[in-house]
Design a protein around this ligand. Structure first.
Ligand SMILES: [Ca+2]
Length: 98
């Protein structure tokens, strides 16, 4: 019985599986300009400030800083107009590289 159920689930999965659809890439912008941090930017999207909209936290290899971009629009159409450099105890966070 378990084998039959597993075969049905597998067959159903095969029938509804579709090829993924990809969108072309784009440069995320801040205040209308493409965000460019040089090499090895490390973005992370999360609701950092708890307002329900996903923000962007961006680690930067050069300089080792971390930027916070607050989303000023919706999750479907995020808008970033500025950023702040994250600090801990009043001191800018600098992560060593290498
Ligand atoms: Ca947010």
């Amino acid at each position: 019985m378990k084998i039959l159920l597993m075969l049905v689930v597998m067959a159903t999965g095969l029938c509804i599986a579709q090829a993924p659809e990809y969108q072309s890439y784009y440069y995320q912008q801040c205040a209308g300009t493409a965000i460019d941090v040089g090499y090895y930017g490390a973005p992370c999207v999360a609701d950092w400030n708890g307002d329900g909209e996903k923000d962007m936290v961006l680690g930067i290899f050069t300089g080792g800083n971390i930027r916070f971009y607050e989303n000023e629009n919706t999750n479907d159409s995020p808008v970033f107009n500025s950023y702040t450099t994250l600090k801990a105890d009043g001191t800018t966070i600098v992560l060593p590289s290498g």
